[in-house]
Design a protein around this ligand. Structure first.
Ligand code: FE2
Length: 201
């Protein structure tokens, strides 16, 4: 059974933080909450950890009703990778299972994109992105023979944000709206078991 209350508690805490802080401050304040969430891999329901044979999956776990943030489960099959892309809102990446390789890009004088050294991200690790810093990147599964999963938090409804994918050699960008892989989200709100238990106490 999954300990879905960990996700519920994270969403409650993040909703408070986002309501009380500016976007820049919210990203800093949510980072330790996400680190707590990905410290244990016992809460993500099975439906949201299923890989696709050809493409990485992005399962929406929660979108704030005011679209101030969203929480997404990224599931990478063996060897799968994102295109080079940007976000245009703040973002946090927390590794839940497996390992991922992250590459940042900066513009060269000829307009091409220059890759940083690949960074290996391990379970429990959280990295931050912002429109000003590390906004253009790519991520891939570090493994050729197993699934990796990361939990991402963004400062908007990321599946509906107008952003871009890039060609590294020319630096040319193409419009990109990612959408989501799922049409239902986890039920976080069935708290009946704990209420019944309290009745019996
Ligand atoms: Fe990204």
């Amino acid at each position: 059974m999954s300990n879905i209350q960990r996700l519920r508690d994270f969403i409650i805490a993040t909703t408070k933080v986002v309501g009380e802080n500016s976007a820049e401050e919210a990203a800093f304040a949510v980072a330790p909450l996400l680190a707590d969430l990905v410290a244990q891999d016992d809460w993500l329901p099975e439906d949201f950890r299923v890989p696709h044979p050809d493409y990485y999956r992005q399962y929406l776990l929660h979108a704030d009703p005011l679209e101030r943030f969203s929480v997404v489960s990224f599931v990478w099959g063996p060897g799968q990778t994102t295109p080079i892309h940007d976000h245009r809102v703040w973002g946090l990446v927390g590794i839940l299972h497996g390992a991922e390789l992250s590459t940042d890009y900066r513009r060269g004088s000829d307009g091409s994109l220059i890759a940083s050294e690949e960074e290996r991200l391990l379970p429990g690790q959280v990295v931050a992105l912002s429109p000003e810093d590390r906004d253009i990147h790519s991520i891939r599964n570090a493994f050729e023979d197993q699934v990796s999963i990361s939990i991402h938090v963004y400062g908007g409804n990321i599946g509906a944000v107008k952003r871009a994918v890039f060609d590294a050699a020319s630096g040319q960008e193409k419009p990109f709206v990612s959408g989501y892989s799922n049409d239902h989200v986890p039920n976080l709100w069935d708290r009946s078991a704990e209420v019944r238990q309290a009745l019996q106490a």
